[in-house]
Write a protein that binds this ligand. Structure first.
Ligand SMILES: Cc1ncc(COP(=O)(O)O)c(C=O)c1O
Length: 432
């Protein structure tokens, strides 16, 4: 029998009837039959609910979706309908945001190594560029960027995996206060509209302690700018990083609550320094799409060894590198046998040629068989977005499910797609 706590990790529209998992009114079995596996199914109801949760909790903020979590035009459009903008960090993500019709005033262009081409495209799109390095200032001005924020790195070590800390001393992102101060000064002297400041403390943060500490330091920075330069930020973008729960043992984080707390932290720090109340921007990624996404895999083989039972599925690190990258934890449900007793603890392996290609270390399942469908919840963020063609594997499709229908929002790659990238000639037939 399935664990209700595990079902609670699945999207809002999920249910189990006669042992069959369904999402958005579509049985997982039907999704797999029609669209193949691996497949990432996104629940429209959950995507909209998370967007609304933040907007209702922090109505004064502009919420922008950090599209790196899953750059997808259909989802960007759906969020645009909910009043959200987009954080983009590459030419491709910018193109997606534009294709989704997101208004330029809601697009923020990030990156610690932006190319001139990216800066030019940002300028043409009329987007706000988040300056990340002093030497970017001249380049931004020279290609016609009009509006910028300056990303400040305040040396706060967030309580998260080191690979997703970003605001610590020595981070490759942003500028420490002295350099950020010079960037503000320089950008203004070049005629750029320096609208404000940006911070992103880190990701998968279960509380706002690091946000609050950062924002207090940011308010001191803003005060210094006001006193020394006569300039204060009209916009304060506090980034994203709000955690999602992947396994029942992780704490539940209420998105509305943490975003409200983060916003209150800014107001408090700003008031304490007599700064003018800024336009607040929030930039969540995983918190918007993480729980909405479920990956369906087909079990290919079951290997019962003395110390471990390996359940090998038809995907792995090529569609979800997070366990290998930073020890992300997941759980799973036997999607078509959920009402059977969960009797066996197994490890879920991917199909790739790396021993580290393990999706789940330990999970309790009804005694698994080849051909079973496995559903891994909370795989909507940084999975397909970080996917690869390792082992010349074609990447999976993604579908959006709602009201009993599933619509393809990203088609499955084919081997022909992969062959099309290759350039080869039959040299052996070339005469000597
Ligand atoms: C600048 C910036 N904003 C927002 C985000 C989104 O973070 P998360 O998906 O943890 O909310 C990131 C993540 O890397 C980021 O670098």
């Amino acid at each position: 029998m399935f664990d209700p706590d595990v079902l609670g990790l699945f999207p809002d529209s999920s249910g189990i009837e006669d042992g069959q998992l369904s999402i958005g009114g579509v049985p997982a079995r039907a999704l797999a039959a029609e669209h193949g596996t691996p497949l990432v199914a996104y629940c429209e109801q959950t995507l909209r609910a998370r967007a609304r949760e933040i907007r209702e909790a922090v109505p004064e903020a502009l919420v922008v979706y950090a599209s790196k979590a899953f750059p997808n035009i259909a989802i960007l459009r759906l969020f645009a309908e909910e009043g959200l903008g987009a954080d983009v960090a590459s030419l491709g993500e910018l193109a997606f945001a534009r294709a989704a019709g997101i208004g330029s005033e809601r697009v923020f262009v990030h990156g610690n190594a932006k190319s001139d081409e990216e800066l030019r495209a940002a300028a043409e799109a009329g987007a706000t560029v988040v300056l990340d390095a002093e030497d970017e200032t001249e380049r931004a001005a020279s290609v016609g960027v009009a509006r910028v924020l300056v990303r400040v790195t305040l040396g706060v070590e967030a309580d998260t995996h080191e690979a997703i800390q970003t605001g610590h001393h020595g981070s490759k992102f942003g500028l420490p206060p002295a350099a950020a101060f010079r960037a503000v000064e320089r950008a203004r002297s070049l005629g750029l509209d320096v609208a404000g400041v940006h911070v992103h403390v880190g990701s998968q943060l279960a509380d706002t302690a690091a946000h609050d500490e950062t924002v207090e330091l940011l308010a001191s920075f803003a005060t210094l700018c006001r006193d020394e330069l006569g300039w204060e930020p009209a916009v304060v973008n506090v980034g994203g990083g709000f955690a999602v729960r992947h396994v029942p043992e992780e704490p539940e984080v209420r998105l509305g609550t943490v975003t409200r707390l983060a916003a209150d932290g800014v107001l408090r720090a700003w008031r304490a320094n007599d700064l003018r109340e800024p336009q607040l921007v929030l930039e969540p990624g995983r918190a918007l799409v993480g729980q909405a996404g479920v990956t369906l895999y087909r079990i290919r083989s079951v290997k019962r060894l003395d110390d471990v039972t390996w359940v090998a599925v038809d995907g792995g690190m090529s569609d979800n590198p997070r366990p290998g990258l930073y020890g992300a934890r997941y759980t799973a449900l036997s999607a078509a046998r959920a009402d059977e007793p969960a009797s066996e603890t197994v490890s879920v392996a991917g199909l790739h040629c790396e021993s580290g290609d393990v999706l789940i270390d330990d999970v309790l399942l009804p005694s698994p068989r080849p051909g079973d469908l496995l559903a891994i919840p909370v795989t909507g963020a940084y999975t397909l977005a970080m996917s690869s063609n390792y082992n010349a594997t074609a990447r999976p499709a993604a579908v959006l499910v709602a009201g009993g229908d599933a619509r393809v929002i990203r088609r499955r790659e084919t081997i022909d797609d992969l062959l099309a990238f290759e350039s080869y000639s039959n040299r052996s037939e070339t005469p000597m």
